[in-house]
Design a protein. Structure first.
Length: 183
C-alpha cells in the first residue's frame, strides 16, 4: 500500500494497537501517529485516517469530506463512517480494516466532490477574505461569473458561509492559515 496512514488519537494504546495490526496484516510502512491533527502537514486525498472520537469532533468538517478514507476508533458511530469499537478483538479489527481498504481501491476520497480549477481559484480567494468584486478583478471575470462559481462551490460542498469555505480550503490544503486576511 502506497498511501500515507495517519493515526490521530490521544490514546497511545489504541494508536499503537492499530499500527501493530496495520504492519502485521496489511504490510504498510507509511504510518504516522499523532495526538494533534494540525501536526499532519500532508492532508491529501490519498491518505487514510484512523482517528479517535475526539479527533473527529474537533475536525468534523475535514473528516466528513474524507469519510470514505476515515475510520473512527471508539464508540462513536457516525453515518457513512467505518468505526472500530474499543472492545473489538484483533480478528474483528482486521476484518473491518480489510473491508475498509477493499472498498477504497480508487484514489479519489470523494468522487462526488470535484471542483474545477476555476472553482478552486474562487474558493481560495473567498477563503482568504476577498469579496466578490475583488475576486472578479483578480481573476478578470465578471461578478456574475464569480457568483455562478460560488453557487457551484456551495452546491458541491454543501458549505454556505465564507468562514466554512475557509476552513474547508485550509483542511484540504488549498490555502494555509497564514494566507487568511486579518480584518
Amino acid at each position: 500500500m502506497t498511501a500515507d496512514i495517519y493515526i490521530i488519537s490521544n490514546d497511545t494504546i489504541h494508536a499503537l494497537g492499530i499500527k501493530y495490526i496495520l504492519k502485521k496484516y496489511f504490510n504498510v510502512s507509511n504510518i504516522v501517529i499523532s495526538n494533534d491533527f494540525d501536526f499532519i502537514s500532508n492532508k491529501n486525498t490519498s491518505s487514510f485516517y484512523f482517528i479517535s472520537t475526539q479527533a473527529y469532533i474537533d475536525n468534523s468538517l475535514f473528516f466528513s469530506t474524507h469519510k470514505n478514507r476515515t475510520i473512527i476508533i471508539g464508540d462513536l458511530t457516525q453515518d457513512n463512517f467505518t468505526s472500530i469499537a474499543t472492545n473489538s478483538s484483533e480478528s474483528e479489527i482486521v476484518e473491518i480494516i480489510s473491508i475498509f481498504f477493499n472498498s477504497n481501491t480508487d484514489s479519489n476520497s470523494n468522487p462526488s466532490i470535484q471542483l474545477s480549477q476555476r472553482e478552486i481559484d474562487v474558493l481560495k480567494l473567498i477563503a482568504i477574505g476577498h469579496i466578490n468584486k475583488e475576486i472578479a478583478a483578480i481573476l478578470s471575470i465578471s461578478i456574475n461569473t464569480v457568483l455562478t462559481h460560488r453557487k457551484n462551490i456551495i452546491s458541491k460542498l454543501g458549505i454556505k458561509s465564507a468562514s466554512g469555505l475557509g476552513i474547508y480550503a485550509i483542511m484540504n490544503g488549498y490555502i494555509s492559515k497564514s494566507d487568511i486576511k486579518n480584518t
